[in-house]
Design a binder for this molecule. Structure first.
Ligand code: DLZ
Length: 205
């Protein structure tokens, strides 16, 4: 297996996440693995200074739903920033919950810690495991293309946190679980990638 430096993962630069707002959308499918990946991502976000209230986590059924949900999160946060939409994307309300939309929420108080504003990056996290039909290929293809299209169209970095595995063992290993010696939690890489891309996209604005 290639070393971290050969793969380009290790870098001297460390980016400051203290001003960033990051969305995470994850699946319920393959929950054990997904939970470990989400923890890995959140851990690195926090390590790089992203404030807890600036990390917004949303859940969807499966990977096929990730592009739509990420798109809604990105758009809602951008509209909210321009005061054109109700406050759907704070850390304490759920975008996908009708209760957060109607009745209207009370005005924010000075003690509220919920953050608002556009996301600097969104991480889409899911785990696809190949079965005996073509389902896997279709979902991998559709999901990866739609997530790429989203970041190009919305101008917001979308981190591809979708494992496309040929076995349960591969999935466990890539979430830092199981017995394998080479195990590594890829969620950590996605957290770091989100901070780097979020910081860079501010510089490039
Ligand atoms: C249906 C399905 C299957 C068979 N496998 C997975 C999987 O391994 N990982 C995953 O994230 N989702 C899977 N799904 C669910 C689909 O992504 C999607 O939720 C449903 O087809 C409903 O649109």
């Amino acid at each position: 297996m290639a070393s971290e430096s050969l793969k380009g993962l290790s870098s001297g630069a460390s980016f400051d996440g203290s001003a960033l707002r990051i969305g995470i959308v994850h699946t319920r499918w393959n929950k054990v693995v997904v939970d470990a990946l989400v923890s890995g991502a959140v851990g690195k976000l926090r390590e790089r200074g992203v404030r807890q209230e600036n990390i917004v986590v949303q859940e969807v059924p499966g990977s096929y739903e990730l592009p739509y949900a990420c798109s809604k999160c990105v758009l809602a946060s951008q509209q909210q920033a321009s005061n054109a939409a109700p406050d759907l994307m704070t850390a304490t309300t759920s975008l996908l919950s009708l209760e957060s939309v109607s009745p209207p929420p009370p005005p924010p108080t000075s003690t509220s810690t919920a953050s608002t504003g556009p996301f600097d990056a969104v991480i889409a996290i899911g785990v696809l495991i190949k079965g005996s039909t073509m389902h896997f290929e279709y979902i991998c293809d559709a999901t990866s293309h739609a997530l790429m299209r989203l970041q190009m169209d919305a101008g917001v970095p979308v981190i591809f946190g979708v494992l496309t595995c040929l076995s349960d063992e591969q999935a466990l290993q890539r979430a830092g679980l199981g017995e394998s010696e080479g195990k590594h939690n890829h969620g950590e890489d996605w957290g770091l990638a989100a901070v780097e891309m979020g910081a860079k996209s501010r510089l490039w604005a």
